[in-house]
Design a protein around this ligand. Structure first.
Ligand code: KIV
Length: 271
């Protein structure tokens, strides 16, 4: 009867009502149990076990090396010390090529503790999104810069800059919502397009380099802590600046997201 006791977990209904009430949704990535416990203590809304673990944990230059088994392992590590935060796990590269494979992969991640799975893509994933949702798998879609497509895109580039590509992305976002996706991540797109897509949908959008008007924000945790190697992307802010602990930095991020102080104009892209 554990699900009837203890702290009330954040559900998709709670996230949807926060979105409707205009309360911003705070999201961070995590890959292990210690950070998951800390994010819970800080009252974060959503943890994403991102396939960015390919970069962050494995030191790879892309996410395409990440396997389903690795995602399941890290999801179970995070889930073990999660008692209230909504937990999304990424379906990794080539694990959702057809509906049956997607369902098997999503089931593996949900059995590991995920509340929702995230997949990259738009209208070309409609059949898969519908298939999963009709079989009780909550889905978050991901548009804009899709890191699993980095070899097709020819690098990590801002997406949706031209009028035509922005229009197309808006149509793809609507198609994802119509197919049953209950959340949408928007990565590295002009701030104005982030606003247009958010206003056109009823489901929450979670931005990373998509401007201040998304329903919530996500950052890769080591980026927020200023410990990622190399030059950080423009949309990153080092929240350790001026803080004396990791806990304080995470709380500052949540507070800045909730109060619309992050992201600022300096973290966004123009068309
Ligand atoms: O894998 C990941 O961490 C992500 C975020 C960048 C949104 O997909």
């Amino acid at each position: 009867m554990g699900y009837l006791q203890g702290e009330k977990p954040i559900t998709i209904s709670k996230l949807l009502s926060m979105h409707r009430a205009g309360e911003k949704i705070s999201v961070l990535t995590a890959y292990d149990s210690t950070m998951s416990a800390l994010l819970n203590r800080c009252n974060l809304d959503v943890i994403l076990v991102g396939d960015s673990l390919g970069n962050v944990v494995q030191g790879q230059t892309s996410t395409t090396s990440v396997t389903l088994e690795q995602m399941a392992y890290h999801t179970s590590c995070v889930a073990r010390s999660n008692n209230r935060t909504f937990l999304i796990a990424d379906l990794p590269f080539a694990s959702y090529g057809h509906p049956e494979q997607a369902l098997e992969s999503a089931a593996t991640l949900m059995r590991s503790g995920a509340d929702m799975v995230k997949l990259e893509g738009g209208d070309w994933q409609i059949e898969i999104i519908r298939y999963l949702v009709n079989r009780s798998v909550p889905v978050c879609a991901h548009l804009g810069l899709m890191p699993q497509s980095v070899h097709v895109l020819g690098g990590y580039k801002i997406q949706g800059k031209s009028e035509d590509s922005a229009k197309l992305m808006l149509e793809q976002a609507k198609a994802c919502e119509n197919a049953g996706a209950q959340m949408l991540v928007l990565e590295a797109i002009p701030s104005a397009l982030g606003k247009t897509i958010t206003n056109a949908l009823t489901i929450p959008t979670i931005g990373i380099g998509a401007g201040p008007d998304c329903s919530g924000q996500v950052l890769v945790l080591p980026d927020l802590l200023g410990i990622s190697p190399g030059k950080p992307p423009k949309f990153v802010k080092n929240f350790m600046d001026g803080q004396s602990s990791i806990e304080e930095a995470i709380k500052a991020y949540i507070s800045d997201v909730k109060s619309n102080r992050f992201p600022g104009p300096e973290h966004g892209f123009n068309s």
